[in-house]
Design a binder for this molecule. Sequence first.
Ligand SMILES: Cc1cc2nc3c(=O)[nH]c(=O)nc-3n(C[C@H](O)[C@H](O)[C@H](O)COP(=O)(O)O)c2cc1C
Length: 440
Amino acid sequence: MSRATDQFKTRRKFLRMLSASPLLASPGLLSGSFANLMATGEVTEKKFLGWLDSLQQDDAVISSPDQAFDVMDFEPAARKALPPAHFGYLATGVDDDGTVRANREGYSRIQIRARRLVDVENIDMSVSLFGTKWNTPTVLSPVSAQKAFHPEGEVAVARAARAKGNLMMLSTAATSSIEDVSAAAGAPAWQQLYPTNVWEVGRAIVKRAEAAGSPAIVLTVDLQEGSNRETLFRAQVVDKRECSACHRSAYTGYARGRPRAGTGGFAQYAARKPMFDGLDLSKVTATHPLDMNWDYVKRLRDSVTVKLLIKGIVTREDAQLAVEHGVDGLIVSNHGGRAEETLRPTIESLPEVLEGAAGKVPVIVDGGIRRGTDIFKALARGATAVGIGRPYAWGLAAFGQPGIEAVLEILRRELRTIMRQAGTISVDKITRDYIVGRSS
Ligand SMILES: Cc1cc2nc3c(=O)[nH]c(=O)nc-3n(C[C@H](O)[C@H](O)[C@H](O)COP(=O)(O)O)c2cc1C
């Protein structure tokens, strides 16, 4: 018998033995995928190795929140749980996703100077924002359309925020209302504002949020029409499902073309977005008015009776102008790398925004925060608090409320660890003295 025939027989014997193994026979273990492999006909070595490889990859994906070591473990779990187009929507940046990566990499260029021999038995991670105290400096940045990630969407996020003591911001493009979210959060959420090109529509959203008790309106200014979300577009090509089975239309405002007034384009997009309920959308063509300028901010400032923040500021000049226009707070953000491809991390924009704000208003930073040490570095650079977007959406997509709670708990635990290690017992003690690195 030739050596090759010998090897082949040994392999066949091994595969037969595996197929008879009680491990593979037990339901819920490997049996399903192995049965599929056997059903493909001749099991070649290549096919078998491919199966083993996929098994290892599948094994690496967590199947419950308690298996996660860090928040990044939730990303593959979200990818596994979601249809390709929905995961693509969550993951996408613009162009080459370079700014998404830059946000993350920015933190690796800052190092921590840890002090020793400090009594760190009691660590206080709380922060105050406009007189309200939160358990943690980590805020949930607004993420739209969360029912695309989990049927409970924003309400699950609100419940998790309540359980862990985090502040939540609700997107205008949310799939749950400010009333439902605030009830679930136990305290009114901050309302993010896409005012649209029709003043009355934006104003009505503000008034509704104020009536629901929202203590702050967050005007997002970094997202113009037509951002090139290529990762999303590629995922949409791969996704063969008929989208209209679940939602009537995907808003094309960020893609190629935009809905036209009078055709019902925007109204279709808004149909599953409760913050637009009951509003006349017949003249709305965009979430963000292309002619929005500082006069608009002044007009909005005069109309908003609660705190007004601007989200998406990345320069000293704009920070100064915002303060001059009576804005109460700033969020340094590049929309998680989903607006323009600048390749500039938000953590590197933070110092100049702080200069522009000159200590007159709180400054929050978001984008790329994935570790407790990232939170520590942002606070050390002068941020009042930090925001996260994708990490809690991964937790939501993978496991619903328990997934979000696990993400928040991991970040909390990691922050406590680095605060102990560096000898900083409260957030106000985390100063620039504790970091070195690029323009620290
Ligand atoms: C899927 C998705 C939807 C988002 N929707 C909004 C939104 O409706 N309004 C807004 O101001 N920012 C939105 N953002 C930006 C986030 O508020 C936040 O700035 C960003 O996610 C932070 O970066 P990170 O995801 O790296 O943490 C969205 C981000 C993602 C990933």
